[in-house]
Design a protein around this ligand. Structure first.
Ligand code: ADP
Ligand code: ASP
Ligand code: MG
Length: 362
């Protein structure tokens, strides 16, 4: 009997009605002959609300308490999903990160998973109970609750699939799969039916938030077959595996700031969430912080063969369309352009039209 880990994101469990729909899909999968493990995120916007609440009470407290607050969103969603499954006639139980446990390091707000104890999940299978696991959370060696970083429930799901050996992982979200750009920003984006771990790891690391970047690295390392699908319909979605394809996509990261230091020509790009920590540690050395920027990247195989991807040509193309390019960089499978935040949408659409016209020509 195959094991499928199904992860449902925030919009997929946003309302009681949506949670009942999730329960129906889980039950249909079970009745088709699979063992199902469910992983849920907090209901949509709940984590933002919880983090704001913690900030409103006191900023600067110990980050482990903020993680306790943030983790409660998934606790509620897991229990509600278990209740919905029970109401539909199935045996189900919620399992929180510390109950398995999912052991992590102590990097609060961005903890890394060290190990997963799958014994309670196997015990659920034995007794015909559907396990519903709270995503995004773990526990460190001191017994403190940790969280895995924003979007981290994907990583919980892939880690659980890896720990079960031979399991596959379905990531249910609010779009049909991985597109050639964020479909909410680029109306011409097309669905990519199949991409490689390598491609997806690069895209996720550069801001494609449909998958948490660590979840893709983990899937690659433990060879977990991953599918990204829409929880609102039955589309096939995007399969992520070893096979390299020639697709490309445009990634956008609006969550960064550029920082420059006295006496150095170098400009560092850092996540906005790290600015206050950096300011505390390097107050004297910081020359300026600019968070009105965005990084737009072209990711994918054709980079190596298409002359249109020649860096100066692309910068010229952006400039011709009044998109100033403040800096460029290259990764193993990508070219990135730093642009003013106000030009980010234009840059995504322009780079998409360049890369997509090439794909049609192949
Ligand atoms: P969930 O709450 O289900 O985890 P996320 O908001 O984390 O969902 O991720 C889904 C969102 O990712 C989509 O709504 C979409 O706007 C965004 N996204 C960004 N880039 C892409 C892309 N290339 N393909 C698909 N979705 C993308
Ligand atoms: N609820 C968490 C967040 O909003 C984790 C997740 O959605 O994956 O970041
Ligand atoms: Mg997500």
């Amino acid at each position: 009997m195959s094991i499928i880990v199904q992860k449902y994101g925030g919009t997929s469990v946003a309302t009681p009605e949506r949670i009942r729909c999730v329960a129906q899909r889980v039950i249909a999968t079970k009745r088709a002959g699979h063992q199902v493990v469910v992983v849920v995120s907090a209901m949509a916007t709940e984590t933002d609300r919880l983090l704001q609440l913690a900030k409103a009470v006191a900023s600067g407290g110990h980050p482990s308490e903020v993680d306790v607050v943030a983790s409660t969103g998934e606790m509620v969603a897991a229990a509600l999903t278990a209740l919905a499954l029970q109401a539909a006639g199935e045996k189900a139980r919620s399992l929180l990160g510390f109950q398995l446990p999912i052991l992590t390091d102590t990097s609060y707000a961005g903890a890394r998973i060290l190990s997963v104890n799958s014994a309670p999940i196997l015990a659920c299978f034995e007794s015909g109970v559907i396990p519903v696991i709270a995503g995004f959370q773990g526990v460190d060696e001191k017994g403190q609750i940790t969280t895995l970083g924003r979007g981290g429930s994907d990583t919980t799901a892939v880690a659980i699939a890896a720990s079960l050996g031979g399991a596959s992982c379905e990531i249910y979200t609010d779009v049909d799969g991985v597109y050639s750009a964020d479909p909410r920003i680029c109306p011409k984006a097309v669905l990519l039916p199949e991409v490689s771990y390598r491609f997806m790891r690069e895209a996720a690391g550069l801001g494609t938030k449909v998958m948490h970047d660590r979840s893709v690295s983990m899937g690659m390392r433990y060879q977990v077959p991953i599918t990204v699908r829409n929880s609102f319909n039955d589309s096939h979605g995007t399969a992520i595996g070893n096979k390299e394809t020639s697709v490309s996509c445009i990634a956008l990261d609006s969550n960064i700031a550029r920082v420059s230091f006295f006496g150095s020509e170098r400009i560092a790009l850092i996540p906005k969430s790290s600015i206050s920590g950096l300011a505390d540690d390097y107050k004297q050395q910081i020359l300026f912080v600019d968070d009105e920027v965005a990084k737009v990247s072209v990711v994918g195989g054709p980079l190596t063969i298409n002359p249109a991807y020649h860096l100066p040509t692309m910068v010229g193309n952006l400039n011709d369309h009044d998109v100033p390019c403040l800096a460029t960089s290259a990764g193993p499978l990508s070219l990135s352009f730093l642009v003013p935040k106000t030009s980010a949408t234009d840059a995504v659409q322009l780079l998409h039209s360049l890369s997509h016209s090439h794909q049609e020509a192949i």
